[in-house]
Design a protein around this ligand. Structure first.
Ligand SMILES: *Cc1c(COP(=O)(O)O)cnc(C)c1O
Length: 366
């Protein structure tokens, strides 16, 4: 078999383990698994199929993502986080039996003004301080009343909000947001759904009727402080490539585009078959680690589209064709993200279609 140049290995046993970790944190809550953006780069339908027996609902950002799930045979509740802006989108939500987020007064107006073929299940989103989607807290009571009068709205309204800074244990904003949410929803009957991964881990008071984990399902720490390993989360995605050239350069030689890296001694280089065309971050700084035979080896020079270069001076026994881990099991994506000045979310979602996918079903498989 010809070895694949760049591939991700997806560990479905790790995924199941991470769902159990969500259950440990929030045993009383129903789990809505967030699988937007191609399940954070892991494959929308694949992840939904692997999770459907273990969770109570799915959330995606957009209608087309939800329709794709339905057309692939995914049953059960699916929430469209961005809701709708026009009547035909509401009809599509109904047709595919999807739940929609109502986050603005305009949407309530639309629901009041259209004749629909059924009653829509809605999550009413309150903006408690994120200032992205959501109605203002002081609008809540009036809009709930209006929704209750809508013929085409299912009457089990779920209340939700979203935290801006739940990853930061030191920031009181989460407590403030939760207090606003509790205050405005106190007088209403209905389930409540607020906690993202960081809140599930760090803010126990926010684990209400529903939790909405995303990142932690994929085995990545959502916290500013605290690694996935400390949280007993296992990475689902591992990104691999191979060494396709080994060469020696003299002191003073430059490496890569821009000739930005200069050898300060005679150096042994390894060229690795992966680059930003695969989703490896171009802004990864020199020194960013890759793992070769369980040894950390530093990136040098600029990442190019299809390749990157590492300094092999300290590992003379490396073979041509040897497998290299860019992130995943043994090298946290959180660390690579920090080296590239970004967050793990962008690296996971940024894997491009040319990267091949290998599925691993059990934890122990080599
Ligand atoms: C993306 C998202 C989540 C999940 O966030 P994580 O940090 O990945 O757990 C939850 N709720 C909403 C509204 C989101 O947009």
């Amino acid at each position: 078999m010809i070895p694949v140049a760049a591939h991700i290995e997806l560990n479905m046993a790790a995924l199941r383990h991470n769902v159990l970790r969500v259950r440990d944190y929030a045993p009383e809550s129903k789990i809505m698994a967030v699988i937007k953006a191609n399940a954070y780069g892991h494959g929308l339908v694949r992840i939904a199929q692997n999770l459907s027996a273990a969770v109570d609902a799915f959330a995606v950002a957009r209608l087309d993502e939800a329709i794709r799930l339905r057309e692939s045979g995914i049953q059960g509740r699916i929430l469209v986080l961005q809701g709708f802006t026009q009547a035909d989108e509401i009809e599509a939500l109904l047709h595919y039996q999807l739940d929609g987020v109502v986050h603005s007064e305009q949407q309530v107006q639309l629901l009041e003004s259209v004749a629909l073929s059924g009653a829509l299940s809605v999550f009413l989103k309150i903006d408690t301080g994120m200032n992205r989607l959501g109605i203002r807290p002081e609008q809540c009571s009036a809009l709930v009343l209006r929704l209750q009068k809508c013929r085409f709205v299912h009457q089990a309204i779920v209340f939700m909000t979203h935290f801006a800074n739940a990853d930061d244990l030191q920031d009181i904003k989460t407590t403030q947001q939760l207090a606003v949410f509790n205050e405005v929803t106190r007088i209403h009957v209905g389930e409540k759904c607020v906690a993202n991964s960081a809140a599930i881990i760090a803010w126990p008071e926010s684990r209400l009727d529903w939790v909405r984990p995303g990142l932690m399902l994929y085995g990545v720490s959502p916290m500013l402080v605290g690694s996935a390993e400390q949280l007993d989360l296992l990475p689902v995605m591992s990104l691999y490539a191979r060494i396709i050239a080994i060469k020696h350069v003299k002191k003073g030689a430059t490496v890569g585009y821009g000739a930005s890296w200069i050898a300060d001694k005679d150096t042994c280089l390894g060229v690795i078959s992966i680059g930003y065309g695969d989703g490896y971050p171009r802004h990864a700084q020199p020194g960013t680690p890759v793992l070769i035979a369980n040894k950390r080896v530093p990136l040098i020079g600029r990442v190019s589209m299809d390749m990157l270069t590492v300094d092999l001076s300290d590992c003379s026994d490396v073979q041509l064709g040897e497998q290299v881990l860019l992130w995943g099991d043994g090298l946290p994506v959180e660390e690579i993200a920090a080296c590239a000045g970004t967050i793990p979310y962008t690296l996971l979602c940024g894997i491009t279609p040319r990267v091949q996918i290998v599925i691993k079903a059990s934890l122990s498989e080599a």
